[in-house]
Design a protein around this ligand. Sequence first.
Ligand code: G3H
Length: 542
Amino acid sequence: MNKSGGLNLFPKLTEIPENAGLFEPIRGRLLVGGELIQRGFETRPVTSPILLRSEKDTLEDVLLGETPQATSDHVMQALAAATQAWKSGTGEWPSARMERRLEAIALFTQRMQAHRETIVRLLMWEIGKTRGDAESEFDRTIVYINDTLEAAKGLDRDSSRLQFAQGYVALVRRMPLGVTLCMGPFNYPLNETFTTLIPALVMGNTTLVKVPRYGQLLWDCLLPEFQSCFPAGVVNVINGSGREIIGAAMRSGDIDVLAFIGSSQVANTLKSQHPRPNRLRSILGLDAKNPAIILPDAPVDLSIDECIKGALSFNGQRCTALKLLCVHDSIAEHWTQKLAERVAAMKIGMPWEPGVKITPLPDTAKPGELRKMVEDAVADGAILHNSELALRGQATLIRPAVVSQVKWSHSLAQVEQFGPVIPVIRFNHVDEVVEQLVASQYGMQVSLFGRDARQLGPLVDALSNQVARININASCQRGPDVFPFTGRKNSAEGTLSVSDALRAFSLRTMVATSSTAIEGRDAFRGILEHDTSNFLTNHVIL
Ligand code: G3H
């Protein structure tokens, strides 16, 4: 394929450094009911967003491997396996003591660490993530698991204490909900899938993981570890076209928990397919269009630094990315000019290059979609800065763009662009921005840049019922993962954090008796003293 156009943005095979070297093509598998399945399904070739320049200066696709295209039948088999492992809540995993489950997850985590380099490299090749960001995605996931294990121990220890009220004694524990479908996004194919999978498992749910549309092959090395660390059917991993295969699972009514990070449109479709919506718990991370508001007294350099980091980390492909910058008229000219200069100077290139900020995009349709949004805005008076460079490049690798004089009616101001374009809107009075945010369908986070407490304070109050996190002189982000991550409106359902996730994937359940009536008290005490129950026990994880 000739996509070169005379530019040299992509490397030749010989220019790839050793620490980014390609693997033999990987043949992806499924994990269903404790069995690794290698055949019996169609496959789809997985090519990298990174292209290779041939000796003749043409650009060639790089084949990374092939990935299963599971059918609805495979999904129903995986669902049956998860349902069997759940066994109406009586299965080995859901009824085991917390300690036993934590041991299994700790063992898995230990084994997972051996695959760090493979996963980091595949994050670079499959989704174009820089080496630094890929390493941080892996390491952050390990920290998240370990923090979750500690939080679960604390929860279990607290739950082992009896509670007394109004003549009753009770023991309250959090119990699992059932079969959980986990679907993470392509921008954090490992981390964000694990932020729902791990708490679901810790609490005793059985799981069906559908891997994201990009970032699939990196899952393969983990399948044997899941297989050996968990009882059959507790973790099932499938892969295929979600649109075609997940509907049947939802329609069966056998999914008890939907843990999904993606678009609100897909989430609504999935939820509406469930025949008994009252029996479906949903934990959703959805659309966002986080704005930054840059007030007249904003620290200029810091606000520009944070806005660039917020808008363009991983090429703007983060749900928490800053997707709209609202700048006060009095500083807009100078501020935007400086922003545009800084953006134009950003290093674009391959994920392994030191200092690289902008890398190839896995969604090949994205450059075209972004150009169209920008063209529409420019045709209506917006300004594309550094137009000789912005959005230009080769194939999947394009330079970032700053577009100013954007209007609220433009799709750049309304649609989640999820790519390297920074729309800038001017405002005269901050109430104009607040009004737009009140009317918006999104409600995840906002960043405020300014110094005057008399202006910032009321603004915090005005926005605290519109979004779930207000960042002051800092860009939007999910972490630290012990903080609550959620949103209003179309941006989320439920709250995730190390401890909130344990709650989200469980239901408080109690055993109670009269603390004054002898029969109840003695029976209660008898169970505790003879340690005959996994639920009603003082057993403490040490
Ligand atoms: O894509 C959405 C992620 O949750 C963002 O996480 O803010 O840590 O990049 P992050």
